[in-house]
Ligand binder design. Structure first.
Ligand code: ZN
Length: 164
């Protein structure tokens, strides 16, 4: 069994237990969606997920995708990022590795931060009487491209308002 298959079996079992514990139905669609999500790396939207399912010739309604992703978030198998773009952005959480992202407040571009120091400090945070399921940090600001645009606009504005 490959590492990917083992991971898929593990998450399917966790999802099965979650559904049983909450008296929810174990449908073929729900598991197909979970498998499709765990085939992917990185972030995705509901529209991306719909395309992935279609490419696998598995037809599910947008409503089913919304409901199932919601269940997976509640089951701690998926995170919904609080990014301020219009569509919800999801990502699987296969492991307990800390994650950190920087988000441009202007264009909403998201990039992973590869900082060992940040990862280490997140790993060593062990609060009392609170079970940590995942460790995520978001850093907001302006990306290089938006900084350049902003700089140009500010310069143009100050040139316009300069006394002639
Ligand atoms: Zn930007």
């Amino acid at each position: 069994m490959s590492e990917k298959q083992t991971l898929q079996e593990q998450v399917c079992e966790r999802f099965r237990l979650y559904l049983v514990a909450n008296g929810l139905r174990q449908t073929r669609e729900r598991f197909a969606i979970l498998r499709a999500i765990y085939e992917q790396e990185g972030t995705f939207t509901i529209d991306d997920l719909k395309e992935i399912m279609l490419a696998e010739r598995f037809h599910v309604s947008t409503n089913t995708l919304y409901l199932t992703t919601q269940l997976l978030v509640e089951a701690n198998l998926l995170i919904r990022h609080p990014f301020s773009s219009s569509a919800s952005v999801f990502e699987r959480i296969a492991d307990d590795r800390p994650r950190s992202y920087q988000i441009c407040s202007h264009c909403h571009r998201i990039t992973r931060i590869a900082s060992k120091a940040l990862a280490t400090s997140l790993e060593t945070y062990h609060p009392r009487s609170f079970h940590v399921s995942h460790r995520i940090v978001y850093v907001y600001g302006l990306c290089a491209s938006c900084q350049r645009q902003m700089h140009k606009r500010l310069k143009a504005a100050s040139d316009d308002s300069a006394p002639k």
